[in-house]
Design a protein. Structure first.
Length: 430
C-alpha cells in the first residue's frame, strides 16, 4: 500500500495507537491528519486540546513525519486530502457516541464512493464496545457482571510507537491553533504530560489508591482528561497498573469507563433520554440550579466541589456523585441540567461517562439502587473530616473549626457572604 491517511480524533498519541502502527507497517507513506471541526465547540477543553495537538506534532516530527491540520468537516477534508496525496485509504480509531458513529458512517460511504480503503481500529477503550456481550443481549446493563467478564477477558497487546513516519513530500501541514500562556484548569494537555503523570501515579499513588481514593482532599491519578483525549492509552494504563500491588481498585475504575462506553454504544440516546425511565416529577427551578452551578447553595461540600469545577475543570469522582445527588435527588432538578454544566466545564467530560454517571446518580441509569440519596453532610464528615477541602474552595468558611465547617448554620448565626442552605425536598438527617 502506497499512502494511508490516519485520521486522529480522540486518540492524540503515538504510543499504543493501533491505526497509526498498522499504517506505518503496511504503507510506504502515512499522513497523520487532525481536522478542527467547527461543529464541535470544546469550550474550556480547547486549550487542553490545542496543547495536545502541539505535542502530537512534536512527537511525529521526531519520527520524520508531521501532523497535518485542516479546518472544516472531517469527512470532506479527509477525502480532499486523500485526492491531493493519492492515498489508498483512510484509517481511524473507532468511537461510540452517536456523533462519532455518524461521522464514521459518512466517512465509510465517502471512501466507498472514492474507492478508498476505510478501516476502524481499536484504541479508545480497553475492550471494544461490542467485544463482551451477555447471552442474548446487546450489552451489559449492570456493572458487576461486566467487571467479572472484563477482568478475565484477554486484552490486546500494547503497541510500541512507530520508529518512523514517512510523510509524502510537498504536503502542507497547516498551522496549529495557538495555546494561551495560562490554559484553563490544572492540567497541561498532550501525550508527554500524560505519560509523565502516568509514571508518577504508578510509582507514588497507585499502591494506596484503594484505601484513600474517596478522601476528597487527596488527589487521584488525574489521568481522566488524558484518557478522554487519548493522550494516554487506556490499554497501556491497565497493562502497566495491573502488574503492580494494589491495582485492582484502580483498574476497576477503568473498567467502569469501558462499561459506560458499551452502554452508550447500545443506547446512543444516553445523553438525551432516560436509560431506565422513572416517574420523576422534575422541577423547573432555575434560581436553585444557578446557585448550584455557582457553588452558592449554602451546603459547603457541594459548593466546594462546584467551585473547584469552575476554577480547575476537574472534580473528585466522589464529589461528582455528591453534587449530582444533591441536584437530582434533593433539589429534584433534571439530570440533563447537571450533565450540560459538567460538559461545559470538565476537562475530562466525554459523552459516555458524563451521561452514564449523571443517569446513575439520578436513578435513571445503571444503578441497581435507583432510590439512593447521598447525604452531603454525612459524606463531608467522612470524606473531609478536618474540613481541609471545604476551606480550600469556600474561603468564607476558612475561620470555622472542623466541627462547624460542614454545617455553618448550626454554629454561627451567619457567615458574611455565604448563603443560608437550600435543602430541597428530602429531609437532611445528619
Amino acid at each position: 500500500m502506497e499512502t494511508v491517511i490516519v485520521l486522529f480524533t480522540r486518540d492524540l498519541r503515538v504510543h499504543d495507537h493501533p491505526a497509526l502502527a498498522e499504517a506505518c507497517e503496511q504503507a510506504r507513506q502515512v499522513v497523520p491528519l487532525f481536522v478542527i471541526d467547527p461543529a464541535i465547540r470544546p469550550r474550556h477543553r480547547a486549550d487542553f486540546l490545542h496543547e495536545a495537538l502541539h505535542d502530537l506534532r512534536s512527537a511525529l516530527l521526531q519520527r520524520g513525519g508531521d501532523l497535518v491540520v485542516r479546518r472544516g468537516d472531517p469527512v470532506a477534508e479527509a477525502i480532499k486530502l486523500a485526492g491531493e496525496v493519492s492515498a489508498s485509504g483512510i484509517w481511524a480509531s473507532g468511537d461510540v457516541s452517536a456523533f462519532a458513529r455518524r461521522r464514521e458512517r459518512r466517512l465509510a460511504e465517502a471512501c466507498a464512493a472514492h474507492r478508498l480503503d476505510f478501516r476502524l481500529f481499536p484504541g479508545v477503550t480497553v475492550m471494544p464496545p461490542t467485544g463482551l456481550l451477555p447471552a442474548g443481549g446487546t450489552h451489559y446493563r449492570v456493572f458487576t457482571p461486566y467487571w467479572r467478564v472484563w477482568s478475565e477477558a484477554r486484552k490486546r497487546p500494547v503497541l510500541d510507537p512507530p520508529a518512523k513516519v514517512r510523510l509524502p513530500a510537498g504536503v502542507d501541514p497547516g498551522p496549529l491553533p495557538s495555546v494561551p500562556r495560562e490554559p484553563y484548569g490544572l492540567l497541561r494537555g498532550g501525550e508527554t504530560a500524560g505519560r509523565r503523570r502516568l509514571a508518577e501515579w504508578l510509582e507514588r499513588g497507585l499502591a494506596d489508591y484503594g484505601d484513600g481514593r474517596d478522601r476528597v482532599a487527596d488527589r487521584t491519578s488525574l489521568l481522566s482528561a488524558y484518557l478522554r483525549f487519548g493522550c494516554v492509552s487506556p490499554s497501556e494504563v491497565v497493562a502497566r497498573a495491573a502488574r503492580l500491588p494494589g491495582a485492582e481498585a484502580y483498574v476497576r475504575q477503568l473498567c467502569w469507563r469501558d462499561f459506560y462506553y458499551q452502554v452508550a454504544y447500545a443506547f446512543p440516546e444516553l445523553p438525551r433520554r432516560d436509560y431506565r425511565p422513572r416517574d420523576v416529577d422534575w422541577k423547573d427551578d432555575e434560581p436553585s440550579a444557578e446557585a448550584w452551578r455557582e457553588g452558592m447553595t449554602g451546603v459547603p461540600i457541594v459548593d466546594a466541589g462546584m467551585r473547584q469545577l469552575r476554577a480547575e475543570g476537574w472534580m473528585h469522582n466522589r464529589l461528582r456523585l455528591i453534587v449530582g445527588s444533591y441536584l437530582t435527588k434533593r433539589l429534584k432538578i433534571h439530570w440533563r441540567v447537571g450533565l450540560d454544566h459538567f460538559d461545559d466545564l470538565l476537562l475530562d467530560a466525554d459523552i459516555p461517562n458524563n451521561s452514564g454517571n449523571w443517569q446513575w446518580v439520578a436513578g435513571t441509569g445503571n444503578d441497581t439502587r435507583p432510590n439512593r440519596v447521598l447525604n452531603p453532610i454525612r459524606q463531608a464528615r467522612k470524606l473531609d473530616p478536618d474540613g481541609v477541602y471545604v476551606r480550600r474552595y469556600v474561603p468564607e468558611l476558612a475561620d470555622l473549626p472542623a466541627p462547624a465547617v460542614h454545617e455553618p448554620w448550626k454554629h454561627a448565626p451567619s457567615v458574611r457572604g455565604y448563603p443560608a442552605p437550600i435543602f430541597g425536598d428530602v429531609p437532611l438527617i445528619t
